[in-house]
Design a protein around this ligand. Sequence first.
Ligand code: FAD
Length: 389
Amino acid sequence: MSSFDVIVVGAGPAGLTLAALLHQAGIAVALVEPQPLRHLPATHDLRTVALTPASLALLARLPLTWSAWRHVDYRQVRVEDADASTPLLFDAESMGVACLGRLIENAVLQCALQDCVDTLALPQYEQAVGATGVAAGQRWLELADGQRLQAELVVACDGAQSPLRRQLGIELWQHDYAQSALVACVHHSGDAQVQAWQRFERGYPLALLPLSPLAGVASSNLVWSLPRPRAEALLALSEAAFIDHLAPRLPPLYGRLLAVSARALYPLQARHADTYCADRAVLVGDAAHVIHPLAGQGLNLGLADVDVLVQELLRLRERGLSLAEPLGLRRYERRRRPQNQRMQQAMPWIQGVFAQDGPLGALLKGEGLAMLARHAGLRHWLGRQALGT
Ligand SMILES: Cc1cc2nc3c(=O)[nH]c(=O)nc-3n(C[C@H](O)[C@H](O)[C@H](O)COP(=O)(O)OP(=O)(O)OC[C@H]3O[C@@H](n4cnc5c(N)ncnc54)[C@H](O)[C@@H]3O)c2cc1C
């Protein structure tokens, strides 16, 4: 049986970042993932993440050559409501930062981080985890091919469904939004490279996020959260009918809609594990918490978990304690749970404000956005919350 200090289960962006940082800190770490992503898709991935400056600062600690991986640094975010005339504009220059964040396709980020982990040459197992248990002060994992590994600590980074969380017997709170996010890649004649745009219509956000152009065509990633039956109806439309439906909602900046890729739906749920810690095991990223994508914070929260967990593990190591010392794992949870919870609770609140109907609702939204547009200090504070700085 192979032994390690830490085994990271799941090579999504959170698991890859964690494994690379622990390896760099001199911890003997192994990574287990049945489907490592090593080949960049030729077309745009339908899912994109907006990384905040705080996440970028964490990733800057890795040997990741950004210029090799397609991405867009955006400098403006424009938020508007279908019933209100004043849009809200967050602008990097006025906030004194170089950019508000970096948009990168999920598959591209995963390939970039996988490349990093391959370069660092840490042990990897291309298997799913089957069973797990604790014996002789170690947590063991049995892989799908029957191989056994053990470590002082196992970290579950195996995503929202987290089979490992279930095996650890950790319960979770769940809320079904009864919404799906319809995602697609939209090609347009106007160049909208610097701006991320979001429009609320009865509380449902429609976002267009700039993508790095392929074959010289300006493109954006569409994320449209809608009640499930409506999202399903839009998924079933022909491309031409879908364009007819979408085009009138977009600002002139995008010009003419030239084409829309295949579309996909993601059912939206919120989840939060009752605890992040078990005997010689800990949860990170979507395995611990899942939020509505409207503020683009899910992975940013996961990367903040990674940052804090690495700090706590290094603190245990410095003090000569076991990496599975419950006091250290609980400290990680105490430092991360409140922020994850606050962000999760803010999502329905934001949607609720934008869902207000009727003249009073329109006035509230209109006045609210106009007040934020006038009040630079308040706007900057809000922007800073979103940047994680
Ligand atoms: C429409 C949409 C838009 C979003 N936009 C943003 C955004 O702009 N910004 C943002 O920060 N977040 C965003 N998110 C959230 C973000 O995509 C997730 O938070 C993030 O991908 C989670 O990363 P992770 O590494 O925790 O898990 P995942 O990416 O889910 O990775 C889990 C990994 O575990 C592996 N695995 C599963 N089971 C096993 C097993 N038994 N054994 C071994 N490995 C296993 C899987 O193969 C996978 O590779 C969005 C989400 C959606 C749905």
